[in-house]
Ligand binder design. Structure first.
Ligand SMILES: O=C(O)c1ccccc1NCC(=O)[C@H](O)[C@H](O)COP(=O)(O)O
Length: 213
């Protein structure tokens, strides 16, 4: 039975994190890079972390951030996984001794295959839309046919997904998982309960269709 994994990213409010867990997400993401509109304070992140039930992973996102800061987040928030969105090398990502995801910005000309092979120690790779001049979480999609069909590690599709297009994305790219921020929000960092619900429904409908095909 197909079960596309789902991560809701850019959480800043406890109620949103709890609602996401109740909908059955596999992971929630909190963004710690100060460059993000969704950057969450460590104190608030600790409260959210405590509110998330077992079996839902908490993922901490960074983008070329100071290792001392990253370590302070790890110690305070105790995330299950790290996620790196910048130009971090394997050494940068592994220095904390934690499992991690590496994001690959799928801008024009980005070579997915070589970007993926650069991070053989990542637990998964997240292929993300890229808006020139913007950081992640911009609501920008990329051409899903550029997503490799097979890879050694789990591949997560992100960028501009919503309840309206995630079914088509799953059918086209058959990702191991999907990740969304803007498509479930009313404004950056503020999740919309109806959009979160509709997104999960759309993923499960797409999974059923894959099994029936
Ligand atoms: O969300 C942010 O503000 C952000 C800032 C800097 C680096 C990464 C960021 N988000 C990370 C993500 O996981 C994805 O980019 C995101 O889920 C896809 O975003 P969206 O296109 O808005 O669905």
């Amino acid at each position: 039975m197909t079960r596309t994994r789902v991560k809701f990213c850019g959480m800043t409010r406890v109620a949103d994190a709890v609602a996401a867990a109740e909908l059955g997400v596999d992971a929630i993401g909190m963004v710690f890079t100060p460059r993000s509109r969704r950057c969450v304070a460590i104190a608030q992140a600790k409260v959210m972390r405590e509110a998330v039930p077992p079996f839902v992973d908490v993922v901490a996102l960074f983008m070329d951030d100071d290792p001392v800061y990253v370590q302070s987040v790890i110690e305070a928030v105790r995330p299950d996984l790290l996620q790196f969105h910048g130009s971090e090398t394997v050494a940068d990502c592994t220095r904390y001794g934690r499992r991690y995801l590496k994001a690959v910005a799928m801008g024009e000309g980005a070579d997915a295959a070589s970007a993926l092979s650069a991070h053989p120690r990542a637990s998964g790779l997240l292929l993300d839309g890229h808006a020139p001049g913007a950081v992640g979480g911009s609501g920008q999609r990329f051409d899903w046919s550029r997503m490799p069909r097979r890879h050694a590690q789990p591949l997560i599709l992100a960028g501009g997904l919503s309840s309206e297009n995630v079914g088509d994305a799953i059918a086209a790219a058959r990702p191991w998982g999907v990740d969304v921020a803007s498509g479930i929000e009313s404004s950056p960092g503020v999740k919309d309960a109806a959009k979160m619900h509709a997104f999960m429904q759309a993923v499960r409908t797409a999974d059923r269709k894959r099994d029936e095909a």
